[in-house]
Design a protein around this ligand. Structure first.
Ligand code: NDP
Length: 335
């Protein structure tokens, strides 16, 4: 028996903004799982900003995506056939063979998850890589201390929305976020408990941040955006403040590198620490995070939201939408 299924390949490497022509949907046949393998019907696919970097043919912390091969990424699905004793049909699993309707994988490359308490999609967001990224940044890279003022950019996204709430759980007294629309700002302040938030389209980030700080300095800045957000945050850091460099989505589709912050000397005079990180280096934090985050979510202390597109054919649009701010919370594709 074989399973007829579809997968999305990278057809060419984007220059600047990706276009639908950079991708190709391919119909393929998968054999039944052999010994030690499982066949998974994917139910939810993740699209993430880091995938843009993997579309370039450059050396980085993960190898580039291959051309004319299925793209990869986080996904959850249901085991439909198993050649391994550890997994049975009906099990819900998390794995990295996304961008496709079915995945044939070694059982060792899938993790069984409990979809009883939370929907399986949560393991792609709040209880998955983005949630862990928020936690690592706030505990290992730019540790939050009791009473801190925390600023996060990209605050209504998968990572940023968790950053603001986890910062509060870790003792922050003031949490400020920036995001790209009035609706996102309302969500942050009315539903997630941010003390203040602003739409960065409404005026210079430096001025809007200064207005919300009301004379305070930023003790922790969690940077998802780079560019003018980073420069604005540096301009408002408190003495001995900490900056976690998580991402710089404002520049991911730039063909020429944007100029860096013009005020780096302030890091010296204010004795600020600025450190970049990659979540996959911090597997040691994962168990601690899953225990704490599981409880925070169950108690409603950390809330999350998901934006779904429907069907494999919407995956490219979902990915492109991330770069236009189409998502509130985690961007996902439901199959
Ligand atoms: P998000 O869910 O935050 O989605 C991306 C968001 O970026 C959009 O919703 C959009 O929201 C915002 N955005 C897009 N373009 C711009 C721009 N020019 N200026 C400001 N904001 C912009 O994605 P994630 O939460 O998955 O990722 C957030 C960041 O964290 C990314 O930089 C990503 O690369 C990084 N990351 C880093 C990891 C690590 O290990 N270091 C791991 C995971 C993520 P808006 O409407 O607000 O503009």
């Amino acid at each position: 028996m074989t399973t007829t299924t579809r997968e999305i390949h990278l057809a060419s490497r984007p220059q600047g903004w990706p276009t639908p022509e950079n991708f190709r949907t391919v119909t393929t046949e998968l054999p039944d799982p052999g010994p030690g393998e499982v066949l998974v019907r994917n139910t939810v696919l993740s699209v993430d900003p880091y995938m843009r970097g993997r579309m370039n043919d450059t050396k980085s912390y993960v190898p580039p995506f291959a051309l004319d091969a299925p793209l990869e990424g986080g996904a959850v699905g249901e085991v439909v056939a198993s050649g391994d004793d550890s997994l049975s049909p009906g099990d819900t699993v998390l794995h990295q063979a996304g961008w496709r309707e079915h995945a044939l994988l070694p059982a060792a490359q899938v993790r069984k998850v409990d979809a009883g308490q939370v929907p399986a999609s949560a393991y792609l967001g709040v209880l998955g890589m983005p949630g862990l990224t928020a936690y690592v940044g706030l505990t290992r890279i730019a540790p939050v201390q009791e009473g801190d003022t925390v600023f996060v950019s990209g605050a209504a996204g998968a990572v940023g929305s968790i950053v603001g709430q986890v910062a509060r759980e870790l003792g922050a007294s003031t949490v400020i976020g920036s995001a790209g629309s009035a609706e996102k700002v309302r969500w942050l302040t009315e539903d997630l408990g941010f003390d203040a938030a602003f739409d960065y389209h409404d005026g210079p980030v430096a001025r809007q941040l200064a207005d919300r700080l009301d004379g305070r300095g930023v003790d922790v800045y969690f940077d998802n955006v780079g560019g003018d957000h980073l420069e604005a945050a540096i301009g408002r850091m408190a003495d001995f403040g900490r900056i976690a460099l998580c991402g710089a989505i404002a520049s991911y589709n730039d063909e020429q590198p944007a100029p860096g912050p013009r005020n780096l000397m302030l890091l010296v005079s204010r004795r600020v620490t600025m450190r970049g990180f990659i979540v996959t280096d911090h597997g040691d934090a994962a168990r601690e995070f899953y225990e704490r985050a599981g409880a925070w979510v169950a108690e409603g202390r950390v809330r999350y939201r998901e934006t779904f597109t429907e069907g494999l054919d919407s995956t490219v649009a979902a990915f492109l939408g991330l770069h236009r701010g189409d998502n509130i919370g985690k961007m996902l594709v439901r199959l």
